[in-house]
Structures are given as C-alpha cells and as structure tokens.
Write a new protein. Structure first.
Ligand code: FES
Ligand code: FES
Ligand code: FES
Ligand SMILES: [Fe+3]
Ligand SMILES: [Fe+3]
Ligand SMILES: [Fe+3]
Lengths: 410, 159, 410, 159, 410, 159
C-alpha cells in the first residue's frame, strides 16, 4: 500500500473500524511525524523543576526529533532542534546539564539558549586565509526554534508557530483537570522509568483512553478494588477529541452483582504487607484515579498517590518509547513521599498494573502486523464520540481517531 | 579487605541459589533468601547516580517480596519467557554483625517464545547480608542498580 | 524494483534461470504470503498426537500468520486466526495447552474451539450504561476460520475455502509415500528442534529437492554411504510439480568408479562408537531415505530410522524458521526409540548432516543478496521438469519454480 | 548442603578447563574431560520441561564425543566462528562416590566473521562428575539444557 | 521520496548545500552501489604483501559485494565476484588463504584463480544418467571478473572494464603523493583493525577531507601540536575532485595567537610516558601528516610514523565498516616497527584521535536522520572547489560532492 | 596444576576490583592495578592468531595507562555510556616469583544513552601477575584478546 499514492483510504465505518495498516505502514508513520508531531500541536517536553537554574537544559524528543529545552540567563525557557546548522551533528549529548552555550563537538559552532548561532571558529580564517565567504551571516544559521508554553510547571513545545494558546488547545475541562494536579505547588521529581515497547505509539493512547479494559485485564486493580467497571466514573474529552480524561472513584472491594463478568478477580489474594496500598486523599474531589491523555505525546497519571507524566516517543511504526517522570510536591512530608514511592510498584516498566499494558500492547502489535488488510472494531458504548459517565465504552478512542483522521487527512 | 576462601565460597553459594530460584524456581522460595525486615530495590542507574529515590520495584519487607511473587504468578498478564542470570565478580567486606556488604555484577538474558535470546538487564548488586539465628546468610538489603536504563518492554520477574 | 508495478518480469530461460530478486524482494514476499500461504494450499500445522484430548490446542504459524489449532469437546479439530476480532491482540500466548474457551487478555472476549465469539464482557453494559450498540451480533465477530484436513494423524490447514481435497492436492505418488510413513499407526512425538535460518524460505525447498548436492556437500553422508550419487534413486513429483519425493537406497561404502568426483569423501573416517549408525529396515520397500516436500511449508523426512516433520515458517525475504517435530510410532520398543534418538544426531539444528544445509543456505542468501539483478542456473539433468531415476538432476527444483510462477503470476 | 572452598575451587578448575578447550582448543582434548561411559545431551529446555527425550546432540560414550569432534573438524561445512563461554553460579552436592552433582549457568557468545557478537546459546548445565582412578574429576553425565530454544541458524560445536 | 521517480532533486546552492537525504535514502544508496562501486572506478582491495605466494588469495568487499582477489600460479593477480555461477552461494568463506582452485561448498563447482569455471561434478552424469544438457559450456559460467590494477604493492579492482588507467584516474598530484608512501619498498603488514560505524559511508570521506574539524574536534592532536589550524598546510585535489590530499606539517605546541579559537586545547596535559609520541622524519619532504582520500573507498593515512590504509565498506545508508590495514616497510628496524605500533594508539577503532571521528560520525547520522528534508551547509573557505593552502576550508568536500553529483546524475 | 582455594580467592578479588574500577570507577585508580613496568595490549584475536603485532591499545608502562585514562576523561569526544564486565572461568598457574599466569574469559556489555544493552566486546585475558614489595598482586602483563574483531563503532574505555 502507499498512503501518499492515494491507493489507500480509510475503510467505511467511520471511527468504529480502525485499519491495522495505521499501526504498521511506514508512509503513514512518516506523515504522522510531519503533520502530528511537527504540526500545530503542543508536545510535552519536561518540567520546569528539571531545569530550575539559569543555564539548565534538558534533551528530549518530539516524535523522532531530538530537541533541547534550555533556560536562559534571565530564566526564560527556550527550545530548539538538537541538530547543528552546519552539518547536522547532534549538538547536545547529555540528557541534562547546565551550559551557557551549546557547542557542537565537530567544529565547535556554538549556540545560545535560544539556539541562535553565536560562535563560528575561524569565521574570519587564520592568518588571512579561509574563513566564511562574503554574505555569510550567523543569523541565517540559527537552529530551528520551538515555540514554548508552560503551565503549572509543565513545559510544552511546538515545531509550528501556529499552535493555538495552550489553554485553548486543552479546552476547559481538560485544563481544569490539568490544573488540579499542577496547581502551582512546587513539583519534586522522584525519578524516571524508561521502556521501549514493541508496538505502535497510538496503541498506548488507545490503552489509556480505554476504561473498558481496566476491569478485565488488570487483575491486580480489580482484586484490590482500585479500578472497577462498577465504580462511578466519567470519560471526558475536549471538543476536538484529541485529549481525554478517565476519572474514577475507588469503590468497595470483593464480589458484587457486577463482578461476575470480571472473571479475572482473585478474591483470595490479600497482601502480606498492606503498606503497598495505603492511599490517602490528597485532592479536593473524590476522584481516586484520573488518567489524562494530551495530544500528541503525554499521559498525566494520578493513580491514588502516585503521580507521573508519561511521555510517548515514537521510534518507527512498530516501536515507541515510554519515558516516565514520577513526581510529588515540594511540600510533601517524608511519609507522603514514601507512599508515592511504594505505590510506584503499580506503575512503571515493572509495574504490577502497567506491566499488563506493555505486554498487551506487544501482543496487539504482533497480531495486527500479520493482517495488514484487516480492521479492529471499536463499538463498545456505541458509535458516538461524546463524553460518558461510565467505563463501559470506547468513546474516547473513537474521538481520538476522529481527530486523527482530520489531522492526517485520512 | 579481602574475603577468605571459605567466606567467598559461602557467598558464591548464596548467589548461586539466588540465581537458581529466579531462573528455575520455585519462585515462591525466593523471598526466603531475605530477612523479614529487608529492603529490595530495582533502581535505574540513572536515578541511583542522580540521587533520585524512585525504584521500579520497591519491597520493604519479605512480605512485600511475597506479594510481588504472588502477583507475578497470579495477576500480571505476561508472555511466557525464560530468564538466565550470570552473577560474577563478587567482592565484599565483613560487617560487624558477622554478615557482609557485597557488590557483584549481574546480567539477565531473556528468551521469549520463538525469539532469539536478548539481554534483559545488566548492572550491579549492592547488597547487605546478615546472619539468621541459624547462621544462614540472608539479604538485609539488596539494591539492583541496572545500567540498562531503557527497559526492553517489561520487567515482570525480580532480577 | 517493484513487482506490483509491472516494472519487473521473470527473465527468459523459463525455470532454468531463477532471478535472485525472488530471494530478497519485499514486494515478492508480500505476494507470496498472500497467494501461496493464504491461498488454496494445504499448510502443515501439526499432529493429532499433539492435541489428543478434547480441549487440547496448539499454536503455530502459516506463513507469517499465527493460528490456533484446537480440538473441540466432540474431538473434532478446528483452526482459526490467532488475532482477536476486537482489536487484533494475539489471543493465545502458549505454544500448546488445553482450554474450553480462548480468552483474549485485553478485554476477555472469549472464543470457542471453532474461533466463534462466545463471550463479550459487559456486552449489555453495567447498570444500564454502555455495552454494545443495537445491531451488534457476536456471530459477526468470529475469528477467521481455517479449513482443516487430516490424514494419518497429520493436520493440514488452509486460509482458503477453495483448496482441493488433500488427496487430490498431493496426487497419487506423493499420497502413497505420505501414507508409507503415516500408515495409521499411533504417532509418538519425541521432541522438537527449532532454528532461525538467515535465508529465503524457498532455499530450504531447493535444498531438499536437490539430490545433486547430497553427495557433494554432505561429507558425512558420503563417507558412511548413507546417500551417494551412485546409489539407486528416484525423483518423483506430483503433476503440478509443487510436491516432490527424493527416494534412495543405501549402497556400498568406500570408493567406487564414481566416488572419484565426490572429492569430499573421507575414506579413513570410521566411527569410534558405531551405535551412532545402526539403521534397521522398518518399511516394506528398500528405500533407506525418503525426503518428501509438500507445498507450501512441509518436509517429511525419513532418513534411516529418524523420522521428522520440518515446518517452514517464513519471517521476511531474508529469514525463515525451521520447526522440526521428531516422532516415532506408538508400538516402537525402547531399542527403536533409542535408535531414532541416536540417529537424530544427523538431523537437527545441530545435525551432523543438516548443519551443512543451514550453513550453505546462509551462504546462498549472502551471495544472492549482493547481486539483485543476477540469476541462478538450474541446468543439471537438463531443462525438463519430469520425474527422474537418478540423483544427478535439478528437475524437482525446476518443477517447483514452474508451479511457483503459475501461482505467483510471475 | 554447601561445598567447601577447596571443593568449589576444584570444580571451578574443571569448568574453566572445559570452557578453555571448547573456546580455544584443542577441541580434540575435550572428550578426555568425560568418563568413557558418559552421557552428553544438548537438549532444548522445551523438550526437557515437557519430558520429551529428543536432544539435538546425543553422545552416549566418550567415543561418540570423539566422533562428533572429528565430524566438526572434518565433515561439517560451516563458516568460521569464534565461541566464548561464561560458566557461572556453580552449585552442587557431593555424591557417594566422591564426585559431585552440579548445576551451573552458562552462556555462549558467537562471533561470525565480520559480524557483531551475538548470544548463541544460554541455559544451564545439569552435570554429574565422578573421580577417575587417578582422582581427577570427569563428567559422567552432562545435560546442556538451553533456554534459547530458537537456535540462531546452526550449532556446530558442542556447548 | 523516490530518487528514481524523479520526484526528488538536489537543492539549489550547488555543493554548498548537501541534502540530508543522501545519507539515509535507500534509493540513493542502491544507485551508489550501481554507479559508484560497480562503475568505472578503482576500488582498493588489498596489498600484494597479503598474497605474496602463488595461490594466495584474500576476500574483501567492493561496496556491498564480496570479491576474491587471487594470485595465480604464474604470480599474476586476478579478481572475481565471490558468488557461485550455479546458484549464488558465497564460494569463499575464509578471509584469506592459499588455494589452487576455489570450490563452492554446495555442489563443488570449482573455479581457478581467474574465476573461470573449471570443474562441474557429474557434468556427464553418473552411469549414463543426468549431467548437464547439450550446449552447456563451462566457459559460459565463469564468475564475473574484475579488472585489476596495482601500483607500489597496492591492489585496486573494478567491476567495470571501462575504468581509465589507474595513473590517469589518480591524476598527477595524487599519484605523486601515493608514490611517496608506496615507493617500491616491500610493505610489511602489522595488523588489522575493523569497526562498524553507524553512519553513512560518505561521512567518512567528509571527515578526512575536512581539515577544519581537526583543530577543533581533536583535542589530543591540538594539545600535542600534531595538527593545528595555524600550521602550514595544503589541500590538494585531482581535476575531478574525486580524490583529495590533506597535507600538513607539525608546528609549535603551546598557545599562539590563533589557539584562542581552539578552545579545546589542554595546555596542562603532558604525557606521563613520552614514548607514545616520538615521531621521526622518514619521508623526504617536511609533511608530518598526509591524509589521502581515493574514490570510492580508500583513505591512505600517514600520521607521523603510523601508516595505514582504511577501506570503506558500506552496508546500508546508515552503516559502513572501516577496515584498517596497518603497515610498515620491509627495511624497518625493530625500533621503527615499535614506534609505528605505539603511534597506532592514536588511530584505530580505539584511537585517541580517530575515536573522536567515529563518535562524531554517529552523532551526524543521528542528527540528519531526524530531518530528511533539511540540508547541511559547506561554506567554510568559500564556495569554490579548488586547491587551498590552508586548513580553514571545506573545499575538498565541495569538490567531492561536485564529482558525486556528476556520477550519480543528481 | 590447579590453584588452591586461597589462591583462587585472591585472584577473584583482583579481577573483581579490576572490573569495579573500569565499570564504576574511579577510572584514575585503575592503572594502580598494574606494575610500573607493564604491558597492556588490546588486540584483535585475528592479529593475535596470525602473529601480527598490532594492538588497538598498546601501553608499555603504567604511565601510558595513566595517559590513556586521562585522554579518555579529558580529550576523547564520546557519547556517555555505561560498561559492565563479566570476568569468568579464571584459570592459572603459579609463577616462580610467587605470581601467577592467568587466563580468564571476559565480556563487556555497553549501554549507550536511550539504547538497549549490547555486547561491546568478548574474549579472553592472557595475564601475568606479580607481587609488589607489599605482597599485593599486580598485572605485569595483560593481553586482552578480543573475539569480537568487528568493533561496534568505538572502544573508548580500556577493557
Ligand atoms: S557540524 Fe556542528 S560545527 Fe560542524
Ligand atoms: S482486543 Fe481482544 S478483547 Fe479487546
Ligand atoms: S551453488 Fe555453487 S556449486 Fe551449486
Ligand atoms: Fe491499563
Ligand atoms: Fe542437504
Ligand atoms: Fe578527524
């Protein structure tokens, strides 16, 4: 197939049928990198707390592209492509650091925190010989800059200058839940977890936007009543459908009228050390789990007291990386910090719960890759793409693909 | 300070048994190698070197180890796989209570069904062993600091 | 090159010239998966003895596609694609087992031994909310079924409903030799050997259909007179040329008029432990070696007393897997079982003989991949594709490619 | 039951010599590490775990080992390659005849000409060692149970 | 993009702008293998000293193709494709050896030192059966021959029969510097170093043709005054621009007026063991470093007293291998040999200097692969492609790409 | 001739410390494991087997080792990476001066940032150890003969 050759088109059935080709086709992937990750979107790139001081910087990826996020001497945050304007060398090799200038190793062209070219060794040659020709102007060779938006200590960046205001981009509902976690308190980074998952990056979004699977796949969650289909829940989207919220409240444990269909439940499993699960209420509302997905690369996780940002970095159609940043608040006491660290046992590359997801995503990729011409069906909860007040629905996935089709022109 | 041959031999036995239980089971016997009050951390070298506390497995007692083992066996959905440890270059020092503080290098090779073998994890054990009333050596602390910060998909079993 | 773009065509010279591109081109490989492995062919998938009980199942691959072969409660054998009808997840993760229902891990849709969708959790929602929409019918979401044919305890499957009767498919000659080994006796599985070979899958068929190489490459065979060009032999095909038989009878060891050309022979090599080779006659005829190739993925090996099925599983143009199932008969005594196990030293991923083949296939792939525009020549024994009564011929390979060209439309 | 330091040292020597002969030769001396009546099996873990007897190498005497070695050197066509063993986490128990039953983890890394190194095989040795009249330890039984069930092309040399 | 589909063209800006696509595009790579490595060029394949005796041979690669270079019984050197005329198997598996005939392992077709088919087992069949058909002539199945040219003990080969005389190919200037090192003295091979570099093969040529980077990237060189921008130097090309010379003379160490811009210099670094650097003058002229690049696959290195040939073997757009052959002269005394071996610490896969280059090439590939539509700029020293008498220029790279564009038709 | 348990234990300690300093540092302390007059060679097995003298690292004194370490830290531009050694199957013989000649197998696994772990180098140590005046064992000669002749990009650190 050739998506550019117009020899391929999305099957009928709107967003209730998703063609497997979008998980495996290189042409579609290339277009995603162009239109989604380099388009007018806001990609998560890090936390202000990770670069608190002037000169601090971090290196991350937007789509497949390496970028530098740096704080200048005045404390302002900037971003630029991590690729020398001279001959393309990756300028910055460290994941993070502090630097006044960014010096390319090859010929030591140096750039400031805005990615502006400041130094070109031997620009005037040596002993009247060589150097740059007439008409060479440093300002013509700055690094491609990123637009930056921050809110609540979270940094977003865009390759496009035409992205809407971050607040408008998120929409009221998603913005309010974003502010619920990033409420202005100082954030404290607790650590990182990184994993390379052999599946298409969109399978990660499907997974988090899918409350239907949680009570079925996640035996641990169900067994300990942390998340169950019979608990109060809402699914919320922004108007575009790009972003989504999964909100639920812990309910009773043990069997109920509805647990019959949760065949996986282990009623006899009780913890030998209960400290693994001793959640405390820390947010004004009653929600015990809020999973927020922000187009095109972020998951904000509040699962009881474990807070994390999961950044999605696609590698190719069949692989993506998930970079987790665990955090708490500057005013956490030791007990709360310890609680967050303990609960992290549930969520990471070795998480008692999230391991189910990374494993099932691999199985999904293995399955779809064998049948390039088939489609998946997303009918749970009907055919709509609206908000719902229950967990038995794929509405958020349908909404995601409705937006995806618009952006991709598919 | 170097270890006497008998001391080294005793430690080699402990690590051989440790590898044995994780690679060939029974996994349920593995927590018994730890003291009831113990600390087991599976921590990326990146966090360890930067002084960040987050571990991807954190067990603060033998009970938590047992809970992890039970979850691996009963609740975590995962593909079948074989694991194989190499624990080498054991070095350590005697501690006041007749135990040892030990550093060792490890690697774990993973074989998924129909896949070729691959390196799942590689790094270093930072351990403290203590003696049980019966004189047996048990892990009081075990920090698995893994160099392979980018995890190939999922770590299901303890390392 | 682009095989679909009609910019490529098979070179002149019929089947005496084989273009190297068919070993390396992705477009050709994709067409092979479609027309050959998903077409009206019978692919070997396993033995009845591997799933003797109701509920027993095994998982294997046809081409690149994972499939489940299951025995239902009534003892009937069925097959279906191992790929959930919901969102494509590999349903079955174990290589074999026993199950009443096949439950997808993601949302626990459950299928019966026919691959028919039986259970959809929360199909009616929870507490009057969610669930499947009007018009959702389970029977619209069964797994793609396979046609099944069995003979002599061997199971074949087809993605196509239009494959001819297995007996007609094999043709009289091949059928009779198939029945020679699978004569109705209970089969006893002795074990498996699996290897991933860095070569195109067709090179494996070429190898087995090629009696010419045996007396030259396989020094061990020649040295111990197990297979030699100067021994009585027949090459037999079915009318289509798809399937083939290589039949030979052990003759004298040591030098003869014809061994001059078998320069590889080691006359001074005698075994320190003769038990490695103590074949006994166990079939009515005099044939000591019968190698049968069955399109598109099976080799039936009878080499003295070691019996094995070799299943070919292509991965991509440059790699395939060979899955060996070694077997004996239910009425073998311990001596015969031990004999088969000892003779297995010659044939496996570490076989004293078959190692030559997996190594030479890698060398062939390495060679052809460098010269995409060149061709191999298959002139030994002339240009024909008919049966022959000697070993000095490539007729079976030519017949194979004549059939291949018809099926592939090349 | 744990091994005394001297016992462990003696076993380590045997395994070091075993690795040495397979990796650096002379291969022809390798069978001499086995008792004349011995059993050497190279068996996929899949078969071993399912109780299936098939091994991909099966030598029932030192003679058969010698035949295999000679075939590797004289009859099997194969690309040149280097192999390197790591044999670790040796654990065992004394047997009545003054020998040992031993379990050890192994991995073999293969280097084909102009290729990068790769893991050829990984798994476990299940061994029985006995003493020769001269007191030397020899393998009476060696079961190489390999986790890497999917073999990367070909296994030419014993492991 | 599709370079063959004429949907792609070289950007404006002549050779001062180099599109990143040429480092990553498979279509361009395929054309390079055809037009550059299989075209009328002379590729380095080895040294006469490596095959001194009749029957000696070596195996190497030209582009992605394996070739055999052999010396016949009369002492003449020949070359041919290492790929059997029968069915494509790699005939020769050893890196070097001595053989009268080259026997393919599969069916033992044997070839002489010219690659001419000499033996075909069972060509007349066995016992009046089989064998080759009427009209089969061995001479129709020789291996594709290579043209061979040698000079000063260095062997070059060409897949094309239309390459110019080697002397004309190199041009006067490059020929004279080639003769400077290969002056007719017996060469003594000291050993090999091989590395697989994750970058496009042309990045290696750019690197060696780029005097600009040496004083900036190579802190070790600068610190010890081995190579500095303020030292006397020439850049020389042949008329086509394909080949190039970088010639410099060691000057003072320590800071000077111009070292200010060499920020990397470590003035306080002095060697604990000075034997690492005790160069002696051994060539008539004053040049202490001469790096010669010979299209399409050779670098001749004279860095003080360490002499090496670096052969470039592309694997795919993103990877190439560098095969180093270190040598001295037959009349070297032990002290000189030891000196060469010590100085080799600077240049190899672990070289104190060359490690900078292999590392930076990886960073360049990482950088350009993320931005397929961008271009690198090569403006240092102006826009010209002529010889220069200083190091502050990219003229040799521009000349290289001017030639590249002509050969590639881009 | 086999080593006594105490001798083996002492050697294991030396190799554990060797691995420790290269993998976890401080690298600057690593040269102190060598005698002032020493020979360190990092040599491809291909050259070693063919009798060709070229090594890709050649240090003829502790001073040269110190120069290499300093260059690694101050002058060589390289991507950040973690290395992890496994040194196994140590075997050796006592030498007249109370030292040892030792052969051991090694592998080094490399982890580049955001990459999966890979085998950087595998091979064998051919060592001669001698006793310092204080009785400590030091390397007089160390030949690292690596099977992985095709180097994956660059070798920056000593192995
Ligand atoms: S490539 Fe960055 S300075 Fe030249
Ligand atoms: S993917 Fe199988 S049940 Fe949802
Ligand atoms: S392939 Fe070379 S002789 Fe047949
Ligand atoms: Fe989940
Ligand atoms: Fe064969
Ligand atoms: Fe350089």
């Amino acid at each position: 197939m050739d998506v550019d050759g117009a020899t391929w088109s999305w099957p009928d059935g709107g967003v209730t049928e998703v063609p497997y080709a979008i998980y495996t086709d290189p042409g579609i992937f290339a277009r995603e990198m162009e239109r989604i990750f380099s388009g007018p979107s806001w990609a998560y790139v890090g936390l202000e707390a990770e670069i608190p001081q002037p000169g601090d910087y971090l290196v991350t990826r937007i789509g497949v592209r390496s970028v530098v996020i740096a704080r200048d001497e005045e404390g302002a945050i900037h971003g630029f492509a991590n690729r020398c304007a001279h001959r393309g060398v990756k300028v910055c090799r460290q994941r993070h650091g502090n630097a006044r200038f960014f010096v390319c190793p090859y010929h030591q062209w140096s750039y400031d925190a805005r990615g502006r070219l400041r130094g070109v060794p031997f620009i005037n040659g040596v002993r009247q010989q060589g150097g740059m020709p007439e008409g060479f102007a440093r300002e013509d060779h700055n690094l491609p800059p990123l637009d930056i938006a921050t809110r609540g200590g979270v940094i977003f960046a865009s390759f496009s200058a035409t992205a809407p205001r971050l607040e408008d981009y998120l929409g009221d509902t998603n913005l309010s839940y974003f502010d619920r976690v990033f409420d202005g308190r100082q954030l404290k980074v607790l650590g990182y977890s990184r994993q390379r998952i052999p599946g298409n990056w969109k399978l990660m979004f499907e997974n988090i936007k899918d409350p239907y699977h949680a009570s079925l796949l996640h035996v641990f969650l169900v067994t300990f009543g942390l998340f169950r289909a019979d608990q109060p829940a809402q699914v919320r989207m922004d108007p575009s459908g790009a972003h989504g919220l999964l909100i639920s409240r812990r309910g009773e444990q043990g069997a109920t009228a509805d647990t019959g269909e949760m065949s996986s439940m282990k009623e006899d499993f009780s913890l030998a050390d209960a400290r693994l699960l001793d959640p405390v209420k820390e947010f004004p509302d009653d929600a015990t789990v809020v999973m927020q997905t922000i187009w095109p690369n972020l998951i904000v996780q509040q699962q009881s007291n474990t807070l994390a940002l999961r950044q999605i970095q696609p590698l190719d159609p069949g692989r993506f990386e998930l970079h987790w940043t665990f955090f708490g608040y500057g005013d956490d006491d030791d007990a709360m910090t310890l609680r967050r660290l303990r609960q992290a046992n549930l969520m990471s590359s070795a998480g008692l719960v999230s391991a189910d997801d990374s494993e099932v995503i691999k199985l999904a990729q293995d399955g779809v890759a064998q049948y390039p011409d088939d489609v998946g069906v997303m009918l749970m909860g009907g055919r709509g793409t609206d908000d719902e007040d229950h967990m038995v629905t794929e509405t958020a996935i349908r909404a995601f693909y409705a937006h995806y089709r618009r952006v991709m022109g598919l | 300070m170097t270890l006497a041959a008998e001391e080294r031999a005793e430690l080699e036995e402990v690590y051989a048994r440790y590898a044995d239980l994780l690679d060939d089971g029974p996994l349920a016997d593995w927590p018994a190698l730890f003291h009831e009050e113990c600390l087991y951390l599976l921590i990326p070298r990146e966090n360890h070197d930067r002084g960040l506390p987050l571990a991807i497995m954190r067990c603060e007692s033998r009970g938590m180890l047992e809970d992890r083992v039970r979850a691996v066996q009963e609740t975590i959905m995962h593909e079948p796989r074989y694991l194989r440890h190499h624990i080498t270059n054991v070095r350590g020092a005697r501690t006041d209570d007749g135990g040892y503080s030990v550093i060792a290098n490890y690697s774990v090779i993973e074989v998924l069904q129909d896949e070729l073998p691959r390196i799942l994890s590689v790094g270093r054990y930072l351990d403290v062993l203590t003696r049980s009333p019966t004189g047996a050596l048990m892990f009081r602390e075990k920090r698995v600091v893994f160099d392979s910060v980018m995890v190939p998909n999922t770590i299901v079993y303890p390392l």
